[in-house]
Design a protein around this ligand. Structure first.
Ligand SMILES: Cc1cc2nc3c(=O)[nH]c(=O)nc-3n(C[C@H](O)[C@H](O)[C@H](O)COP(=O)(O)OP(=O)(O)OC[C@H]3O[C@@H](n4cnc5c(N)ncnc54)[C@H](O)[C@@H]3O)c2cc1C
Ligand SMILES: *[C@@H]1O[C@H](CO)[C@@H](O)[C@H](O)[C@H]1NC(C)=O
Ligand SMILES: *[C@@H]1O[C@H](CO)[C@@H](O)[C@H](O)[C@H]1NC(C)=O
Ligand SMILES: *[C@@H]1O[C@H](CO)[C@@H](O)[C@H](O)[C@H]1NC(C)=O
Ligand SMILES: *[C@@H]1O[C@H](CO)[C@@H](O)[C@H](O)[C@H]1NC(C)=O
Ligand SMILES: *[C@@H]1O[C@H](CO)[C@@H](O)[C@H](O)[C@H]1NC(C)=O
Ligand SMILES: *[C@@H]1O[C@H](CO)[C@@H](O)[C@H](O)[C@H]1NC(C)=O
Ligand SMILES: *[C@@H]1O[C@H](CO)[C@@H](O)[C@H](O)[C@H]1NC(C)=O
Ligand SMILES: *[C@@H]1O[C@H](CO)[C@@H](O)[C@H](O)[C@H]1NC(C)=O
Length: 573
């Protein structure tokens, strides 16, 4: 009886069909909860990941009217010890090449004003710095989960290890293998087997480093000078403290958010800092760096750049070169379900495209074919079987996650809301062709909102407007993205310069006092932007009024983050 009790404490809403295996270490567990037969659900949904995206879809599913979702079994699996995704620090020091749990580093602050990063209707607490350190963002996610009673649906320390589709193009189940770990003894692993109708992937996309395959790195690394520290070449996911680079000569590759942060933190204490850029443009305003073009190759003694120049004094390279889109658990079906098939293929060199592909593929930059970056159009299973939340890049993710989540929840509730698969493929190819017409290769830009904020806003508005048109949501005639968010996003860099000045003057309280509601935060940002504009007019020679540097088409396309559009500028106080 204890076994049964234990099993059902792990699987609070388990179905009778589910099974559980390999319960080594069972006797160490003592669980007293009473076993009650679960309600037979008529829809079962697994969410993977409790970062911003996973919490969004869980909350929105639970928001469905009870008569719609009654009997639904909704479980979110998160491999780590708490919610928050990449904002939850890794308790361990990085140990390359073993990947860390998160790219988060102690000095990380948001690069966007927090009111623009919020889930609609749920603000950061009063008196939060406009550009807070990472702890505030983690706490925000913890608070969100608690406030909306999400916790009972979240299974922490549960890794989704494998998922395979057992069925055909219209009917079937995801057979899933889950590994449960115990903090008290991570050598104890319980293996759970479950089946779900719908699988929602919210696993984040800042976890698998992309490092260019430069020639000669092994020889260069193996040939450290006799004196001094060993040479190293590390992706920015391993970056933690600038102290590590004190008195060293460093090349930072990339000028995205990670590259700029590293440059700002490392350059004041390094012997020399170079920043290698793919295109002509500004390096990192406020950082003491020397611009270099793209790296061509490494030799035993030096790093060569594409303009023929070389550096032979470098002892550390930080490759802030972005991340690959990978979903390892979708690449392998569980061995316990031999007839199930993986939902995704990884192929960096694929020639398939959204028109021809019968299955879902990631080329590391782009997962396709997906309808609106959300629903898999693989022909092996129905479109609502597999969805993704949080893929878009260059977007304020929490509001976008909620817009996507509403779309997914409504489509799971009523799959007739979606167009036919053929129409969805046509729509996708049309979207890709629009990118091509604007000079972008859709298979390279992937999920980036390359048209900047206007595209990012239109994307979210369209998702919600579609549901209103279909009568799934009341038509209030409003855009989903509020005007104040648009304004604040456009003014992000102005606000950053403004807030740096506020901090330099120690005037945070003056600005933050009495600011609590969403409207009050919006008004604060407006006041602050106006005041900064005024100040910059009066101080035309301040660093803050430097023209913003543009890459091709106004964008920096390499890298991971939102703030690839322009470098943020720091005001010297
Ligand atoms: C260094 C850095 C700074 C950033 N700063 C900003 C910023 O200032 N402003 C901004 O708007 N955006 C910023 N971003 C963008 C960032 O992507 C978002 O802020 C957002 O938090 C991402 O949420 P997510 O849920 O999509 O992914 P994640 O936060 O990565 O969460 C994914 C979760 O899924 C879990 N998971 C993955 N695989 C499995 C599995 N197989 N089984 C179980 N669980 C699994 C992971 O453990 C993780 O908890 C930053 C990104 C980085 C890397
Ligand atoms: C779900 O189950 C309930 C009763 O358990 C039933 O009334 C309802 O019609 C079912 N819905 C679907 C979509 O099967
Ligand atoms: C607000 O936060 C600042 C630090 O950013 C602190 O000095 C101040 O005391 C706080 N004010 C209130 C009212 O909590
Ligand atoms: C969360 O649950 C508590 C207790 O069941 C309830 O009082 C509260 O209203 C719920 N909160 C939300 C946002 O649903
Ligand atoms: C898919 O499987 C279901 C249930 O097993 C069956 O009713 C249906 O006919 C199958 N559809 C196709 C296209 O094979
Ligand atoms: C890489 O270097 C090796 C010699 O070390 C050379 O033979 C090879 O052609 C180089 N490849 C490229 C792509 O430059
Ligand atoms: C950068 O600018 C220089 C001089 O304007 C030009 O010669 C070079 O080709 C440019 N490089 C790139 C990558 O655009
Ligand atoms: C997709 O691939 C097919 C087959 O290779 C090709 O004929 C077609 O032109 C491709 N479509 C696009 C938009 O590239
Ligand atoms: C499901 O969606 C279709 C298409 O929009 C609609 O006609 C139908 O009324 C919806 N059904 C329910 C139960 O909402």
């Amino acid at each position: 009886m204890r076994l049964a009790q234990f099993i059902f404490s792990l699987l609070p809403l388990s179905t009778w069909r589910d099974s559980i295996h390999s319960l080594d270490g069972l006797s160490s567990i003592n669980d007293n909860r009473i076993f009650e037969p679960p309600i037979q659900p008529n829809k079962s949904i697994a969410i993977v990941g409790a970062g911003s995206a996973g919490l969004a879809i869980l909350k929105v599913l639970l928001d469905l009217p009870i008569e719609v979702r009654s009997g639904w079994d909704i479980v979110l699996y998160e491999q780590r010890r708490n919610v928050g995704g990449l904002w939850l620090p890794d308790p361990h020091e990085p140990n390359p090449p073993h990947l860390p749990e998160t790219p988060l580093y102690p000095l990380l602050r948001t690069n966007t004003p927090h009111p623009t990063m919020t889930y609609p209707g749920f603000t950061f607490p009063p008196n939060t710095s406009l550009f807070p350190f990472h702890q505030a963002v983690e706490q925000y996610h913890v608070d969100y989960a608690a406030h909306y009673n999400l916790t009972s649906h979240i299974q922490l320390s549960h890794t989704v290890h494998a998922a395979g589709w057992r069925g055909n193009s219209t009917h079937g189940k995801w057979d899933i293998e889950i590994h449960r770990y115990f903090e008290s003894d991570i050598s104890i692993k319980h293996v759970l087997h479950r089946s779900f109708d719908h699988l929602i992937v919210a696993n984040g996309h800042n976890h698998y480093p992309r490092v260019p395959a430069w020639n000669g790195t092994e020889e260069w690394l193996a040939n450290s000078p006799a004196e001094g520290p060993k040479r190293e070449l590390l992706h920015s996911i391993f970056y933690r403290s600038p102290e590590h680079y004190r008195d060293r000569t460093v090349v930072i590759v990339g000028v995205g958010a990670s590259g700029r942060d590293a440059a700002l933190q490392v350059s004041p204490i390094a012997r020399a800092t170079y920043q290698s850029l793919r295109t002509n443009g500004t390096t990192t305003p406020g950082a003491n760096v020397i611009a270099k073009p793209e790296i061509s190759h490494f030799t035993k003694n030096a790093i060569f750049f594409v303009d023929g120049s070389s550096l032979d004094t470098v002892d550390a390279v930080i490759s802030a070169t972005g991340y690959n889109f990978l979903v390892p658990f979708l690449n392998r079906a569980p061995t316990w379900s031999p007839s199930s098939l993986p939902g995704l293929t990884t192929d960096p060199h694929t020639h398939a495209n959204s028109t021809t592909s019968e299955s879902l593929i990631t080329n590391l930059r782009y997962i396709f074919p997906l309808y609106r970056h959300i629903f898999s159009l693989s022909k092996s299973y129905p479109p609502t079987a597999l969805s993704f939340i949080g893929l878009p890049v260059l977007i304020a993710n929490c509001p976008s996650d909620i817009a996507q989540a509403i779309f997914v929840a409504q489509s799971i509730a009523n799959s007739s809301v979606l167009p036919s698969r053929e129409d969805m493929v046509t729509d996708l190819v049309h979207q890709e062709n629009r990118l091509l017409e604007r000079g972008y290769d859709p298979y390279v830009v992937g999920h980036k909102m390359v048209g900047g904020d206007d595209d990012a806003m239109a994307y979210q508005n369209d998702l919600v407007a579609y549901l209103k048109k279909k009568g799934q949501l009341p038509n209030d005639g409003k855009d989903y993205v509020e005007q104040w968010r648009r304004d604040a996003r456009k003014g992000s860099f102005l606000l950053k310069r403004a807030w740096d000045r506020v901090e330099a003057a120690g005037e945070e309280s003056k600005w933050l006092t009495g600011v609590q509601s969403e409207d009050e935060w919006a008004a604060l940002m407006k006041r602050l932007a106006e005041s900064q504009e005024e100040w910059e007019k009066e101080h035309p020679n301040s660093l803050g009024t430097l023209p913003l540097a543009e890459g091709p088409n106004g964008l920096w396309l390499d890298g991971y983050g939102l703030y690839y559009t322009w470098p943020s500028l720091l005001v010297s106080s």
